[in-house]
Design a protein around this ligand. Structure first.
Ligand code: ADP
Length: 749
């Protein structure tokens, strides 16, 4: 190759190298530029990061300082809390979920009396162990092991019940443990020693009060017994004395003794009843009883005062209302006696009307009874109406002061009615009269109610002569109930005018103005009506009977006449057709129909067995240790045809039961050697298996509720409270008269 070529070739190579160099330089500068841009961007980024880091650093610093402050606060709060926990008097501790003590205040730790082992870190099980081993706790009747088991079981339960521990020094600690969600337990140990002591003091005080109350009740029962026993002699003997021949003056004395004795008994009974109610000791004893009969009994009891004051006492018993209910007859009678007694007491003239209505509910077999006692007496000022139901409260004015009373009657009646689930109400107008009433729900007794009266044979037309329109209305209703036509007359003249052949019977009140009932009878006979039965309704039978004109009457009935009695008397008087002449023979022999005592619930008495001859007397055994009471009892039954034997104590009563075979036993409850209840239990044992059951009537001076429970539980059948009443003794005798003995005749028969 030539040199030129070589040079040219070298030149070309140099040129291409220079081009390449240029190219590379251009690339390099482009890369440099890119690098420069990148470096710039990086620098910016670094600046931004640096700014960020500075901010974060600042924030960090702030957080750090906040944290320090917060930490300081937490420390203060913790210190304060702990300080507070330390200062509270009750123990405070908390355990972690493994039952390890995390912390406890001094009060908690003090319970361990300086045991150093009890510090945070100790387990609950070890604490329990120390409690028993060191005798810190009084485990009472449990052994230490039983106590720990019991406490452990309690501790692991999800919600431990508060528990009271007795400590060695008789301090009482109540543990209240609360388990948190994480299983930690906060334990409070409250010192309740003073509360426990206070409770014990209260309990002791209550026991003392209760025993004082029991002593008061026992005192009342004894007082009742002690007062009633001699009162039995006083009232009973005075009653018997009035049955003997006495001069006017002597009769006055005897009656005063009797009345004062009875008044004293009323006061004693009121005070006793009120004490019983106060002590919540009064319990009702429901049994089947005849409400209508009960009301008439009360009316009979009040008859003497009604007669003395010349009042009219009327009973209007709803004709369609059942009469046999389940209730406490004694308490119902007590309320009625108080309300009707008050009506009679505070009425000088006019009438007292007892109206009984009610709505039977066949579904509940109960009846809403409504009894209203209306009088025409002095009335009560409106301002005093509420006051009189308070204890010992009376209307205190001149008029009221002349009447006797304790002011307890209404308070007792109200409480009794409330006890029966009812309520008492009163309406009154001063000077015009009052109307007291009560509503009470009463279940109807099981078994049949007395059958409604039938139309009395041959008595289709009754003439009623009565000037008092309330009573006329009652008689009209009663006569219409038996299907009779009624001609009502307000005066004797009217009766004489309306009398004709169609009248089958005349029912006349004694006290009608102008011509009284007896004079009317005389006139009726004088006018030729000799065979019309004439029945006189009188508030004073004896007086009516003593009147010569009584020979014109067939029958004198004591007002208010119980419905059943009226109907049965009318039935017995109405002659069968064609026998009018026979009836006229009875004229001049007017029968005095005193309401006969009946048992509360009608009992079927069988007709006496034939033959009637050679019958024995009814045998009665009376167990009574007190000689005076024996005498009183003997005198009260002396007119009855019975055979009476006395036993001086319970032992003799049991012997008498075997030897004398009584038909009825009257049993005093408090007797020496063997009391009445024990004697009855013995008698019932002797009777066991023989099918025999002699009725035993308790005679007791106790008037406390609860006595009767014990008495009836001992096997006695009835219960009479002293002082004994002749009528009640007779009632029990008539009710138990045996079939194979001579029928016991009432003294007046
Ligand atoms: P007591 O009759 O023993 O005084 P009560 O508690 O039965 O006690 O009656 C309280 C008072 O209510 C009577 O004293 C009398 O003032 C008044 N009172 C009660 N019933 C009647 C009545 N029917 N008419 C007028 N006042 C009456």
């Amino acid at each position: 190759m030539s040199l030129v070529n070589k040079l040219a070739e070298e030149r070309r190579a140099r040129l291409s190298a220079e081009r390449l160099l240029e190219l590379k330089q251009a690339e390099l500068s482009a890369a440099n530029r890119k690098l420069g841009r990148h470096a710039l961007a990086l620098t910016k980024q670094i600046d931004a990061k640096q700014a960020e880091v500075a901010t974060v650093r600042d924030e960090n610093e702030k957080v750090k300082s906040d944290l320090t402050v917060a930490h300081a606060k937490v420390e203060i709060a913790e210190r304060r809390l702990w300080h507070s926990i330390q200062t509270i008097q009750d123990g405070f501790a908390f355990f972690d979920s493994d039952s390890t003590l995390i912390g406890a205040n001094a009060a908690y730790l003090n319970a361990f009396d300086g045991l150093e082992e009890v510090t945070p870190g100790i387990s609950y099980a070890r604490i329990l162990q120390l409690f028993t081993d060191e005798g810190v706790v009084n485990t009472e009747q449990l052994s230490p092991e039983e106590w720990r088991d019991m406490m452990t079981e309690r501790w692991v339960s999800p919600n431990p019940e508060p528990f009271v521990m007795r400590m060695w020094n008789d301090q009482y600690i109540k543990l209240v443990d609360q388990r948190g969600h994480g299983g930690d337990v906060v334990s409070l140990a409250l010192n309740i020693t003073s509360t426990v002591r206070y409770e014990a003091e209260l309990r002791a005080a209550r026991e003392r009060a209760e025993s004082a109350n029991r002593a008061k009740s026992a005192f009342l029962a004894n007082m009742s017994h002690e007062i009633r026993t001699p009162m039995n002699g006083v009232v009973g003997m005075a009653e018997l004395l009035t049955d003997t021949t006495l001069s006017e003056e002597q009769r006055l004395y005897a009656n005063t003794i009797k009345n004062s004795g009875e008044a004293l008994l009323v006061i004693i009974n009121d005070v006793l009843d009120y004490s019983k109610i106060e002590a919540d000791k009064l319990v009702l004893h429901p049994e089947p009883f005849d409400l209508e009969h009960c009301i008439h009994e009360v009316a009979m009891l009040l008859q003497p005062s009604v007669r003395d004051k010349d009042l009219t006492l009327l009973v209007d018993y709803d004709l369609f209302l059942p009469t046999i209910f389940s209730g406490d007859p004694g308490r119902v009678r007590q309320v009625l006696t108080n309300l009707v007694g008050n009506a009679v007491k505070f009425t000088k003239a006019g009438h007292v009307l007892v109206r009984v209505t009610g709505v039977p509910d066949p579904v509940s077999q109960s009846c809403a009874i409504h009894v209203a006692i209306e009088d025409t007496g002095i009335g009560i000022p409106a301002s005093k109406i509420n006051h009189i139901f308070g204890e010992f409260n009376q209307v205190e004015d001149e008029r009221n002061r002349q009447f006797e009373g304790t002011g307890l009657g209404l308070a007792i009646s109200q409480r009794l009615i409330e006890l029966m689930g009812g309520s008492v109400w009163v309406e009154s107008e001063e000077g015009k009269g009052s109307c007291f009433g009560f509503r009470v729900p009463m279940p109807m007794a099981e078994g049949p109610q007395p059958a409604p009266p039938q139309l009395v044979h041959n008595m289709r037309h009754v003439m009623v002569v009565e000037n008092l329109c309330v009573n006329r209305a009652i008689l009209e209703k009663q006569m219409s109930q038996i299907g009779a036509k009624v001609t009502s007359c307000a005066t004797a003249d009217e009766a004489l005018e309306l009398l004709d052949d169609t009248v089958d019977i005349i029912l006349s009140d004694q006290n009608i103005p102008d011509l009284n009932g007896l004079e009317l009878a005389k006139k009726v006979r004088a006018k030729g009506w000799s065979d019309i039965p004439f029945v006189l309704l009188s508030s004073n039978q004896r007086e009516a009977q003593a009147d010569p004109a009584s020979k014109h009457l067939q029958c004198i009935l004591q007002k208010p006449v119980p419905r059943a009695e009226l109907f049965s008397r009318l039935a017995s008087l109405t002659p069968p057709s064609g026998e009018k002449s026979k009836l006229s023979e009875t004229i001049g022999n007017a029968e005095v129909m005193e309401p006969k005592p009946e048992p509360s619930v009608p009992v079927t008495t069988d007709a006496p067995d034939a033959p009637q001859t050679e019958k024995r007397l009814m045998r009665i055994l009376a167990a009574e240790d007190n000689r005076t009471n024996q005498l009183v009892f003997r005198k009260m039954v002396q007119k009855l045809n019975i055979e009476l034997k006395f036993a001086n104590n319970g032992l003799e009563a049991v012997e008498g039961f075997t030897a004398f075979k009584p038909d009825l036993i009257f049993m005093d409850i408090s007797m020496p050697k063997m009391d009445g209840k024990e004697a009855t239990i013995e008698i019932r044992k002797l009777e066991a298996g023989t099918g025999q059951h002699v009725p035993i009537v308790a005679l007791t001076a106790h008037a406390m509720t609860g006595d009767s429970d014990g008495i009836l539980a001992a096997g006695l059948d009835h219960y009479l409270t002293k002082p004994l009443r002749k009528a009640l003794i007779h009632e029990r005798i008539f009710a138990s008269a045996p079939k194979d003995a001579d029928p016991v005749q009432p003294p007046d028969a």
